[in-house]
Design a binder for this molecule. Structure first.
Ligand code: SF4
Length: 344
């Protein structure tokens, strides 16, 4: 029996191919694609599309919507959405309102295989890669919600569960749909892909896309980074930084460096000085992230004094540095806490 096609897994060119395969013109695929990313996304609501085309589609395809499992609202206004996927896996997205702007943090995988020691998502392992429809579906769902209060999403960050570059093809497809003017129309500047350092894919992505790039660095010593982030064994820090330097020099690209401060582990003045030295002459912005403690992991948050000292050293060396204050801690929605309340 023929497998039905999930239309939301198709980019516009793929939808045009599908239309051609059932002897329909590409213009109908354009109309259909626009509907898929509007509130009128059910076949029965697509009044300006021919009945003949819809009836052909109905026989070979289907349209999915994300199923909300749980919504939690933090005291600081952050909202965590847990979605139940068709196979019962659960993924999370976090909406962070700040100064009238909304940032949506989305997941690229159910769970994660990268094993970063300080991250709760890593403790559940990788369940599976998300399909592009499931990545884009998180954005679509939240867009509909914020529209009801006359707001919109300003930024999308791939910093939720999973490593987007370990689900490269689906991440690329999701980017294409998110950025297509007939899809959701987000510009490069409004999307950030964050990676723990899958260097070859990072370089591949940088060649074909101008979305913002963020590196989860978290240590400036090879041995320490390998201990905290096992991916460093395969793609060492030295090569990761050399490649980022190349991107900065050749493309003038500013790279976001994320650094979680872990008490007594990577937060010394010597670490700050070494980080400042290693990032010298490279166009980057550094986000220092106070660690969000959880009873399930042994790490502790650096004191505010240590954090300030770390930042001062970086700033004195001329690096644009900010301390990213934690949001949504009370609902386990903060950085590194996703999956904390879920049994996958
Ligand atoms: S920090 Fe990111 S890459 Fe590392 S285990 Fe957590 S979700 Fe995966």
């Amino acid at each position: 029996m023929l497998d039905l096609i999930n239309l939301k897994n198709l980019t516009l060119p793929e939808l045009k191919e599908l239309a051609a395969s059932i002897n329909e013109p590409a213009s109908k695929a354009d109309q259909l694609f626009s509907h898929l990313y509007r509130p009128t996304s059910k076949f029965c609501q697509m009044h300006n599309i021919s009945r003949k085309f819809l009836s052909k589609l109905n026989k070979i395809s289907f349209i999915t919507e994300m199923l909300l499992h749980k919504r939690e609202i933090s005291d600081d206004g952050t909202i965590k959405y847990a979605f139940k996927l068709a196979d019962d896996n659960i993924i999370e997205s976090v909406l962070i309102p700040s100064n009238g702007r909304n940032t949506l943090c989305i997941s690229a995988q159910a769970g994660c295989a990268m094993g970063c020691k300080f991250c709760l998502t890593s403790t559940i392992g990788l369940k599976r890669n998300l399909q592009s429809s499931e990545i884009v579906g998180q954005v679509l769902f939240v867009i509909k919600e914020v529209k009801t209060i006359h707001q919109h999403i300003n930024n999308i960050v791939f910093m939720g569960m999973g490593e987007p570059l370990a689900n490269y093809e689906n991440t690329l497809k999701a980017l294409e749909i998110l950025q297509d003017e007939k899809g959701l129309g987000f510009s490069d500047r409004k999307i950030t892909i964050s990676t723990c350092g899958i260097t070859p894919k990072l370089m591949e992505l940088a060649k074909i896309s101008n979305v913002n790039l963020a590196i989860s660095l978290h240590a400036i010593d090879e041995a320490m980074r390998t201990e905290l982030m096992p991916i460093n064994k395969k793609y060492p820090l030295k090569d990761l930084l050399a490649n980022c330097r190349e991107l900065s020099a050749e493309q003038g690209r500013q790279i976001l460096i994320e650094y979680i401060l872990l008490k007594g582990i990577n937060d010394s003045e010597a670490d700050a000085a070494c980080l400042a030295k290693q990032l010298k002459g490279f166009n980057c912005k550094i986000n220092l992230i106070p660690y969000n403690e959880t009873p399930d992991l042994p790490y502790k948050q650096s004191s505010p004094e240590t954090t300030q000292k770390f930042m001062d050293i970086l700033c004195k060396s001329g690096h644009l540095t900010i301390i990213r204050h934690s949001r949504g801690n009370d609902i386990s929605a903060a950085c590194g806490q996703l999956a904390g309340q879920l049994k996958l």
